[in-house]
Design a protein around this ligand. Sequence first.
Ligand SMILES: Cc1cc2nc3c(=O)[nH]c(=O)nc-3n(C[C@H](O)[C@H](O)[C@H](O)COP(=O)(O)O)c2cc1C
Length: 322
Amino acid sequence: MSAQSYDEGDLRAAAAAAIRAPSLHNSQPWRFRLHDGAIEVLADRSRQLAVADSTGWAVNIACGAATFNARLALTNAGTPADLTLLPRDTGPDVIARLTPGSPRPATYPEQALFAAIPHRHSNRKPFFPDPVPSPVRAQLIEAARAELAWLDLLVGMTALTGFAEIAQSADRVLRRNPQYQTEMAGWTHADQAPDGVPVTAGAPATEPQDLLPQRAFTDRRRAPGRDFEPEPLVAILGSAGDRPTDQITAGQALQRVLLTVTDAGLAASMLSQPIEVPTARDQLRRSLHRSGIPQMALRIGYGQPGRPTPRRDLADVLAEQG
Ligand SMILES: Cc1cc2nc3c(=O)[nH]c(=O)nc-3n(C[C@H](O)[C@H](O)[C@H](O)COP(=O)(O)O)c2cc1C
């Protein structure tokens, strides 16, 4: 027998998990509500970044990741959801509708991923040189596949430097764009704010010899000449196409990959410059020699556990019943 409807308690549990999801500059572009016994994830367009995200790609990725967390919370409370992305009978801001499916206990992997939610943080600091073990690599690829996306791990220095060149050139394009930089600075905070990126979460300022471009959330420097990390594991997550549903699907897969990373004792950070700049994204797509569209680049490795970044209160993200 399937439950008739989710209630206020389910909504709060789902939203509490969902808001821990990553979002571009920690903009948290989401809201949650009950509608006819279903839980809905909505895009909050007032939080869409006008310069960095004029197409809504980053809102879809973030809301997809939030949806995955909400699904895990509902599964772990005993009633997994049936999922509809962009339901036709509502406006374009309803990203996902979660209706109650048949009650069942959560599987062990579902429990492990749910438990990883509060421990997942972007870690932009240098990783240790220890390689990511093969069985974990296979788990990460499977995590993306389970959510109907793909994850390509870049193997060898040739693939890595090829990616680094594309990412660096995209980063240069964005650094030369004053509107982009002003917008990013507006989301970077030295004090306690409920959203945006705290300067303490930034990577040390980039040095000329660094392989990968990291965002300039801080101007803290590190010892001159010291290499950031010798050979990080870089992964490209992608989807079949680039429609909004593909991007939301990619967001769910991203979150499943990140929680699998966390559960394996690894850390990760995201690099979206080569996705945000269209020519770079196209170059990256062609360099992978596969079908589909890249939606995110990830840097994965062993590192110090990251620190949580702020989130707005639940009261600020729970919308009126629709
Ligand atoms: C669409 C998207 C793009 C992102 N791009 C970057 C990026 O280029 N560089 C970076 O360091 N973090 C990036 N992030 C990570 C966010 O900055 C991060 O999720 C946010 O600050 C919240 O911190 P947390 O991940 O530690 O919870 C991105 C996240 C999303 C969802």
